[in-house]
Design a protein around this ligand. Sequence first.
Ligand SMILES: Cc1cc2nc3c(=O)[nH]c(=O)nc-3n(C[C@H](O)[C@H](O)[C@H](O)COP(=O)(O)OP(=O)(O)OC[C@H]3O[C@@H](n4cnc5c(N)ncnc54)[C@H](O)[C@@H]3O)c2cc1C
Length: 329
Amino acid sequence: MAVDASPIVNALRTLEVGSVREEEPLRRHTSFKIGGPARIFVEPESQAGIITMLEWVRDHRVPYFIIGQGTNVLISDQGLDAVVISTSRGLKTVEVGQDHLRAGSGVLLTKLANTAAKAGLSGLEFAISIPGTLGGALVMNAGAHGSSMVAVVQTVTVWDPVLGVHDIDACEAEFAYRQSRFQKTPWFALDAVLKLTPGDSAQIRQAMAHHMDYRKRSQPVGEANAGSIFKNPLPQYAGQLIEQIGAKGWRVNDAVVSERHANFIINRGSARALDVLQLMRRIRSAVHQRTGVVLRPEVRWIGPGEGGTDTLWENLWYAEGTGLREPFE
Ligand SMILES: Cc1cc2nc3c(=O)[nH]c(=O)nc-3n(C[C@H](O)[C@H](O)[C@H](O)COP(=O)(O)OP(=O)(O)OC[C@H]3O[C@@H](n4cnc5c(N)ncnc54)[C@H](O)[C@@H]3O)c2cc1C
C-alpha cells in the first residue's frame, strides 16, 4: 500500500458517523461476489453522517467510491485504494405522498415498488424485478419491462464537492438508455422524488407479479451475477447476438456465460474480475467478427487500468494530491 491508512481511519472514526473498517473484502458487497478489499470501508448511519463523510474526504483530498448494493459493478481483484462509502445503512427514509414517493438513495428499488403498490401508486411496477438501490438506479437509469427511472424521477437531491447539497430536476440528470449525468459528474444522490399516478393496488400487484414471473423464467435467478453484462445495441438485443454466436456455456475459470440468458455471466464460485473481463472481451470480439456489432458494457468496471478502461467505465473519483495510488499508474 502506498501510504499508511491508519491516520485516515482514526480521523474517520472520530467523526462517529458509522462503522469504519479496513481491508473490507468488497466481494461481500457485490452481487457478483467478486472484488478485492476496500482500503477503508464506511457505512454511515444517516444522511447527516454521509454528508459529514463526503465533506471530510473532499477537504482531505482522499479518493472515494460510492457503493449501493453492488449489483451493477465489477470491482477489481486488487481492490480499491480509496474510502468506499456504502449507502446500505443511511438514506433509508421513504415518504408516501398522494401522487409521489420521496425516498433516500439507499432504499431498495423493490421496496419502493412494493410501497407504491400498497399506496395505490402506479409507475414503479417495472422496478419490482430490479435489484439494487434507488441511488444505483438513478446512476444507471435502470429499467425493465418497457420503462425506466426517467419515466418517474421528478427531482433528485444531490451533494457535490463544489455546491454541496442542492436539488436537480430530471432534465439536468440527462437520463438516456442506461445512462445519466451521474456517470460523469461527482454527484452523490441523497434522495429523490418519484412522480407516480394514483391507480388500483390490485392491478399494480398483478403487473408486478407478471414481471417477476417473466424474470424467473428468463434469467438465472439465485446465481451470482451482475445482471446484463452488455447494453442492448438497440434495436438488437445483446443476449440474442451472444446466443447466435453459440457463446452460452463459454467460460474462463469460474466465470461462465449463463445457459439461461446469454447476456448474463455467472460466477460459479471463485471467478475473479479478470476472468469476467477476459470472457467479456472474448464475447465482444466474437460478436463483432460475426455480426459487425460492437457491444458496450453495461456493468461498470471499478478499479485500476487492468480492466481495459478504454472500453469499460471507471468511476472512482480521485482528488488531486492524495498520495494514495492513482487509478492508472
Ligand atoms: C440479477 C440482476 C438483474 C438485474 N436486472 C436489471 C434490469 O432489469 N434493469 C436494469 O437496469 N438493471 C438491472 N440490473 C443491474 C442493477 O441491479 C441496476 O443497475 C441497479 O440499479 C444498481 O443499483 P446498486 O445499488 O446495486 O448500484 P451499485 O452497483 O452499487 O452502483 C452502480 C453505480 O452507481 C453508483 N452509485 C450507487 N449509489 C449511488 C448514489 N447514492 N449516488 C451516486 N452514485 C451512486 C456507484 O458508484 C456505481 O457507479 C440487474 C442486476 C442483477 C444482479
